[in-house]
Every structure is written in C-alpha cells, then in structure tokens.
Design a protein around this ligand. Structure first.
Ligand code: AMP
Ligand code: GLY
Length: 418
C-alpha cells in the first residue's frame, strides 16, 4: 500500500514509523514531515503544507495513494477529510462536523451538556463586559478558554479576577488568538488526576488505546507553565477496571450516540482529555486527533499492525488492538525558551542512542545538516519490561542529543497524584 501521513510533528513521526513497519505498507509519504521522518526506512518527505488541500489532493491522485492518515487538528477542523471525499480511497480522520468537537470548545461543551456526559459547569461569552461581571462574582481558581483553535495555548487556569480580566482583555479586545478568541468559555475548575484516554472511533465502536500520562508542566515536580507535553508514560498507573468501565459507559458511549444522532459519521482518532477524581471521570476536552507526546509512547507500546487496524475501522470490521507487556516512556527535549519564544536553526549532534527510539518533532535537514525548527525538538523513547528500566535507559542516553539550549524534565516516570 502507498500511505500518506499528513503532519510534521513527533506524533506524525511516530505514526509514520509504525505504519512503515506494517507488512502491508510499501511506502509512507509524510507531508511535510521533518528531519526524522526523512531518514526512516520506507518513509519519504513531500514538501506540501498540511493546509494546502489542493496540493494534497493532486499528490494523492498522482501517486495513487491508498490510505491517508491525518495527524494534526488544523486540517481536520478545516475540512480536509470532506475535501478528499470524492476520491475513492481510505482517509483516516473525522470530517469537519466531527472535528468541531475540538475546533469549538463552546460547541463541544454544549454537546457534553446535551448528551449528559460528565463535565465542568461553564458559561459562554461573546462580549468582554459580561465576562468581566461574571468574573467579579465567581469562585477562584476559574478556567478561561478561547472557543477556537489556539495552538494549545487557549486555556488559562486563573487564581484571581485581575489576571482573569487581563486575559479576557487580551483575548477579546486585543485578539491574542485572532478569531479563535471572539467567543470564550468560563469554566468551573476541576480537581483530580488528568488522564489521556485515546483510541480509534467509528460510528459503531471505540477501541481504546493503552492508557498514558502526559507530563504537561515545563518543570520538574509538575511546576511551571503548561506546555504541549514534556514527557509521557504508558500505561497509566491511575487506570483500573472500575474507572475504565465508567469512562466507556458515561463518556465514550454517549459520545458515539451523540455523534450518530447528529448524523456525523466519525472515523478517526479520538482523544478524551479527562479529569478523574475518586474514579469518576469528567471531560476536560475532546481532541479529534492523537496526543503528542502520547502517540510516540503509544506507538512504542502497540503490538498490532496499525495499517490493519485503520483499514478494519474504515471498512467497518471489528478492530482489535494488542499491546505489549511492560511500559513505554518518552522524554521531550525542547529548545530553551519553549513554550514561549525560542530560537530555531540550531545545529544538532546526535551520539550513540543504542536501541532507544528518537522521534523528531521540530527538526529539519538543510544542506545535509540537522537543525532545530520548533520548540519541542525531540522525544527520546524506550519500551521495557518495567518503568524503572525506561527511566534509567532514557536518562542514561539523553545527553547524547546535543544542541545549544536543550531543556528537558529529569523526572518523567515519577508518579504524581494531584
Ligand atoms: P484543554 O485544552 O481544555 O484540555 O485545557 C488544557 C489544560 O488546561 C488541561 O489539560 C488541564 O490541565 C487544564 N484544564 C482545562 N480545563 C480545566 C478545568 N475545567 N479544570 C481544571 N483544569 C483544566
Ligand atoms: N499532549 C497533549 C495534546 O496533545 O493535546
């Protein structure tokens, strides 16, 4: 099969790597890919932007692609799957109606309310004045969210009204997130332990992936600003059978039913961002894609042939996924200044990593030199029979990756109950 992966991050490197290992795949194109995907066996980078829909379609037709797998949320929310509908090929990803669950936080909150899915209380605002008066009378901390896509930066957990009002001012009056912040939600703060629950969703079933924990804060001890994720372990030590059953019954099934009731035929990855307290899950967010850096860890942990799983889902056959015993872990290596301003085009040197797997996230190759091109540059991953071995193997080798201004957490693998 000829496969095309859309995207350029660590998630897409991991997906392309896993898809390329399938006995069914002949070649895996990655558009646009990164410095890591270009060196993977069977993988070839194609210089097409993820939102260049006509360029993508032309390439699919010319190369006679059999299966397209879309990594990031942007092209999904912007309707890439709808745009490719008339091509008679397999496209894995939800249409724009399904991707709205991520594309609009107000839409998704209303969906949660209407389908009785447990979530935090929230109010919606389209003008700053009414948001200010709400913020004068609410309990703190409170959570503020821009309605639209804001590259993972559209959420503030605020401790006081001054900070909250400043956020409203910069988002609604000064367009910090452009049109994505024209409308906002103000949401009850939830407490507990966060859980990333993701898998493959079709109109008839949800096949969960192994669980994982994303280490979101920048610094050790889960301190500092939120990031896209600084590391991951799988499986999550917080999962148990009671909780799994509750998630499937109270969150997953009503989501499938709710989408079907809206005539949305959802075929794609689905990621439920959950807050869990006393084994009771509440939905923080839906993502119509897989997480990053969770995917890197999960692809290390997956035993099944991913191409077969995706084909089965798209052809409405029962999907079954098997997982390895033991644990997987990944540590993100970022560039100093991330998640705010960071430099790019910094030369990188990679030493001997033995059997560890390095997924690239923000790299490219220019004139045969590997350079940084993003804030999160790599994640270094390993699978072992236990988490302690992952910790020692990864941290033993992490300094083999050298560029000016590397930052990483030194406590990935440690379990924090929040
Ligand atoms: P979201 O994009 O909605 O998942 O928000 C990003 C992050 O903000 C989440 O992963 C949580 O860490 C935090 N967050 C979002 N909503 C809430 C909430 N209602 N209560 C507490 N933390 C939240
Ligand atoms: N790691 C969190 C996310 O991908 O949204």
């Amino acid at each position: 099969m000829k496969i095309l992966v859309i995207g350029q991050g660590g998630r897409e490197h991991a997906l392309a790597w896993k898809l390329s290992q399938s006995k069914k795949s002949k070649i895996v194109f990655v558009a646009p890919g990164n410095g890591g995907t270009s060196t993977e066996e069977k993988c070839v980078n194609v210089s097409i932007n993820v939102n260049d829909f006509s360029g993508i379609k032309k390439f699919i037709i010319e190369e006679k692609i059999d299966l397209v797998v879309i990594g990031p949320e942007d092209p999904l929310v912007n309707g890439l799957v709808d745009y490719l509908e008339d091509l008679n090929i397999l496209v894995f990803g939800p249409c724009s109606n399904g991707a709205r669950l991520e594309g609009s936080k107000i839409f998704s909150k209303k969906f949660l309310f209407e389908n009785d899915i447990p979530t935090g209380k929230a109010s919606f605002f389209s003008d700053p004045e009414s948001a200010y008066s709400f913020l004068d009378n609410c309990e703190y901390p409170i959570v503020l969210k821009a309605d639209g896509l804001a590259a993972g930066k559209g959420v503030l957990v605020s401790k006081n009204s001054k900070e909250a009002k400043e956020w409203v001012d910069s988002v609604m009056n000064n367009s910090l997130f452009g049109v994505a912040g024209e409308n906002i939600l103000i949401e009850e703060c939830l407490y507990g332990t966060e859980l990333s629950f993701m898998g493959i969703m079709t109109p008839s079933e949800f096949i969960p992936f192994e669980t994982s924990v994303d280490y979101k804060p920048l610094f050790d001890g889960n301190m500092g600003p939120n990031t896209g994720g600084m590391g991951c372990i799988s499986p999550s030590p917080f999962m148990n059978d009671v909780l799994r059953e509750k998630i499937m019954k109270k969150v997953v099934q009503p989501t499938i039913d709710g989408l079907n009731n809206m005539d949305v035929s959802y075929y794609g990855f689905m990621y439920f961002g959950l807050m869990v307290k006393d084994d009771n899950p509440k939905v923080l967010e839906f993502n119509c894609r897989l997480g990053d850096p969770e995917t890197q860890c999960l692809m290390m942990q997956m035993d099944s042939d991913l191409v077969e799983c995706l084909e089965d889902a798209l052809d409405n056959r029962k999907v079954s996924i098997s997982w390895k015993q033991g644990s997987s872990m990944g540590v993100v290596i970022a560039s100093s200044g991330y998640p705010e301003k960071y430099r790019t085009n910094i030369p990188i040197e990679i030493g001997n990593l033995d059997e560890l797997k390095l997924f690239h996230a923000g790299t490219n190759i220019a004139e045969n030199e590997l350079l940084t091109s993003g804030g999160r540059v790599f994640s270094l991953n390993y699978h072992a029979s236990n988490l302690e071995d992952c910790v020692s193997y990864i941290y033993n080798k992490i300094d083999e990756i050298k560029f000016d201004g590397t930052i990483y957490r030194t406590d990935i693998g440690k379990i924090y109950e929040s």
